[in-house]
Design a protein around this ligand. Structure first.
Ligand code: CTP
Ligand code: MG
Length: 227
């Protein structure tokens, strides 16, 4: 079976707003609802688990009944994203060999085509895979004083996105051994010597991080609604 796990327990500090960004309104809905709709509406995924902060007060302000028992909210967020994911993996009802697609609530523009590519490209892999994009821009490393120290060759460089898809048991094991500065699931697997598959993502599936990102996400979502 395949499940989605959506970490949504962050505070959105880089957005600089008082409400956590997963609840910022985007096309008339809280941001988190867009990924939930896409994930719950994808039949290969049996259930979607959302990890909320323990002190979350906003989830209950909305009506989630349209998703029935395909959607389960867990109030077990942790201090870091990886803690939230680990707590969610422990709390969800899934077997060690089931696949888990971990997807940021802050990536509201995930689409079915990308999910299909990820699943097709990963389900026969021994370890797992992630959506990612080959780096298009020229990369510069800073010297620490605001000037360029060097140009970093972009060949073979990819930007990691989510979902990141791994088997539950092995992922939990990797995350519990991960160094504290690890930010994604794939990184924890790499630290154990595994090489997850890279699956071509979509530029629209970017992570809303700064205030200016909201407008771009709105444009992408509105463009799709108009189709
Ligand atoms: N997240 C989480 N638990 C945390 C921190 C983050 O579940 N302790 C979630 C966020 O809610 C988000 C995803 O992980 O959906 C990606 O994290 P990020 O974009 O960094 O969100 P925030 O941590 O909320 O933002 P910031 O880093 O700007 O504070
Ligand atoms: Mg963060």
């Amino acid at each position: 079976m395949k499940f989605a796990l959506v970490p949504a327990a962050g505070s959105g500090s880089r957005m600089g707003t008082s409400i956590p960004k997963q609840y910022a309104m985007l096309c008339g809905e809280p941001m988190i609802r867009h990924s939930i709709e896409t994930l719950c509406g994808f039949s290969a995924i049996s259930r979607v688990y959302v990890v909320l902060a323990e002190n979350d007060v906003r989830w209950k302000e909305y009506d989630w009944s349209a998703f029935g028992d395909r959607l389960v909210a867990l109030n077990c967020g942790g201090k870091t994203r990886l803690n939230s994911v680990m707590n969610g993996l422990r709390a969800m009802d899934a077997g060690d060999d089931d696949w888990v697609l971990v997807h940021d609530a802050a990536r509201p523009c995930i689409d079915h085509e990308s999910l299909q590519r990820l699943i097709e490209g990963t389900e026969n892999e021994a370890i797992g895979g992630i959506l990612a994009l080959p780096v298009a821009d020229t990369l510069k490393r800073e010297d620490g004083k605001g000037r360029i120290a060097e140009t970093v060759p972009r060949a073979k460089l990819w930007q990691a996105q989510t979902p990141q898809m791994f088997r539950k048991g092995r992922l939990l094991d990797a995350l519990s051994k991960a160094p504290a500065d690890q930010t994604d699931e794939a990184g924890a697997m790499e630290a154990l010597g595994y090489s997850p598959r890279l699956i071509l993502g979509d530029p629209g599936n970017f992570k809303v991080t700064y205030p200016g990102d909201m407008m771009l996400a709105e444009m992408i979502l509105k463009g799709r609604m108009g189709k």
